[in-house]
Design a protein around this ligand. Structure first.
Ligand code: URA
Length: 180
């Protein structure tokens, strides 16, 4: 799948990015996180959630007794949008078949969307993250024989900016840990 993305010329984000930012972690992980888009540090290193948001994500993962190498982490798009702008719906749609295939390959027990944009992409919901975080969904795409348990959490970037909401993220992580 990574080779297919490297050869894919259909998404113009590739033209302005330094590196492909594919997925990172264990391809047979039970827990998978999906963020929105790579930022500057991710683009420089080719690894999702490498910068400040990634450092908090690492702490969140560690707080439930896991480590980054044991889970799978990726984004809805695989290249950094120029200037770190949000990806357009068209760019997200172009990358979606690759994300769906990645979820099929990993088939985690629990899929976690980080923030509103990833939740919108995978759950098709228009509700804000404040309303859907902590709720559980059944996620399935056309290549998957069975649905998987999925939920949404605040994005680490938002939690870095709004630390008073961290208690809700902690609650969500505990539920994820119990379910695992
Ligand atoms: N924010 C994201 O959504 N993804 C990253 O990889 C880094 C920051």
């Amino acid at each position: 799948l990574k080779l297919a993305l490297e050869d894919f010329e259909g998404c113009s984000l590739k033209a302005t990015a330094t590196n492909l930012v594919f997925a990172h972690g264990n391809p047979t992980a039970k827990l998978m996180f999906v963020g929105e888009a790579p930022g500057t540090e991710e683009d420089r290193n080719g690894i999702p959630f490498f910068g400040k948001s990634g450092q908090l994500l690492n702490k969140m993962i560690a707080s439930i007794g896991l480590e980054r190498s044991k889970v799978m982490v990726c984004n809805t798009v695989f290249w950094r949008p120029p200037g770190n702008r949000p990806p357009t719906p068209h760019e997200v749609a172009l990358c979606l078949p690759f994300l769906e295939r990645l979820i099929q390959i990993v088939t985690p027990s629990i899929l976690v969307c980080l923030g509103g944009p990833a939740s919108k992409t995978l759950f098709g919901t228009s509700e804000g993250i404040g309303r859907i975080r902590g709720k559980w969904f059944s996620y399935q795409n056309s290549g998957m024989p069975n649905p998987i348990d999925s939920t949404a959490m605040f994005h680490p970037k938002y939690l870095n900016q709004t630390p008073k909401q961290k208690h809700l993220a902690w609650r969500d992580l505990l539920t994820i840990s119990e379910k695992l």
